[in-house]
Structure formats: C-alpha cells, structure tokens
Design a binder for this molecule. Structure first.
Ligand code: HEC
Length: 135
C-alpha cells in the first residue's frame, strides 16, 4: 500500500526535476544567444548598418520575450520580467530604427538594450563564470 503511493510520488518528483533542469539549460542557451546577437547588433549600430542592426534586433526581441516568459512562469521575480519587457521593447525600437536607417535612434535603443544585461545580472545572476546560476 505504501509503495503504491511512494513510487508515483517519486516519479512525479523526478519528472519535475527534469523539467526544471531542461528549462535552465534552455535559459543558458538564450544567454549565449543574447550575448552573441547583441554583440552583432552593437557592431552594426557602430558602423551604422541599419539592415544588419534590424536583423539582429528582431532576433533579440524574440529572446527577450522568452526570457520574460521564463521569469514570469518561475514567479517571484517581477523585476526580471520588467527588465526583459524593457529589453523586448528596446529591441523592437532598434529594429524599427535600423529599418529606417535612423542612426541616433539606433544608438539610443542599443544603449537601452545594453542597460538590461547588467541590471538583471546584478539582481538575478549567481555563481561564477562557467558556472552561473539563476537566483
Ligand atoms: C531578465 C534577466 C536577464 C537579462 C535581461 C540578461 N541576462 Fe544574461 N543572465 C541572466 C541570468 C539569471 C544568468 C545566469 C544563468 C545562466 O547562465 O544560465 C545569465 C547569464 C548570462 C551569461 C552566461 C551564460 C553562461 O554561459 O552560463 C551571459 C554571457 C549573459 N547572461 C549575457 C547577457 C547579455 C549580453 C545580456 C544583454 C544583452 C543579458 N545577458 C541580459 C539574466 C539576464
């Protein structure tokens, strides 16, 4: 009788752990992507290449959206959700500015994007380079 209760409970616990580990792995993938893509965007903005900036910005917008949804689902981190929303909006602005070849607006939206990285890392990144964690 006891075994019948414990086994399903253990299975459910194990599955919950796997789902959690999976989403943390996804998260790390997004961060590697956001670092590479924001680097590309920065170069495009510096060289005033509107089309390239717009392309990277569109990709960034999607990553910010996923990051925001991740923190919203996780709960207890409204600030992270807000920062991700800010990044999403700034990436949207950068895409529009790039398409319009508006160098000033490209620079200011890039600055807004840059500001989100440190703001969120200070509040929600734990651990050391190579072994970062979400807090
Ligand atoms: C809303 C929060 C948030 C925003 C915005 C954010 N990050 Fe992160 N970032 C984190 C957290 C939390 C971690 C630690 C977890 C991890 O590494 O998976 C992290 C980890 C990283 C890592 C280490 C990845 C690894 O190999 O473990 C890099 C690089 C990184 N972020 C770059 C950026 C850059 C660049 C930006 C801005 C363009 C940015 N992040 C924006 C929360 C954020």
């Amino acid at each position: 009788m006891k075994k019948q209760i414990i086994l399903p409970a253990l299975l459910a616990f194990g599955m919950a752990l796997c789902v959690y580990a999976q989403s943390e792995a996804d998260y790390q993938g997004w961060m590697k992507d956001i670092a590479a893509t924001s680097g590309k965007a920065r170069k495009a903005v510096a060289s005033k290449s509107g089309a390239d900036a717009a392309e990277s910005a569109q990709h960034l917008e999607g990553i910010y959206k996923q990051v925001g949804e991740f923190f919203a689902k996780r709960g207890g981190a409204d600030d992270a959700v807000q920062i991700a929303k800010k990044g999403e909006a700034a990436a949207h602005d950068l895409a529009a500015a790039g398409s319009a070849n508006d160098a000033d607006k490209m620079a200011s939206s890039m600055q807004a994007i840059n500001g989100t990285c440190g703001a969120c890392h200070m509040a929600h990144r734990d651990g050391q380079p190579g072994a970062f964690k979400i807090k």
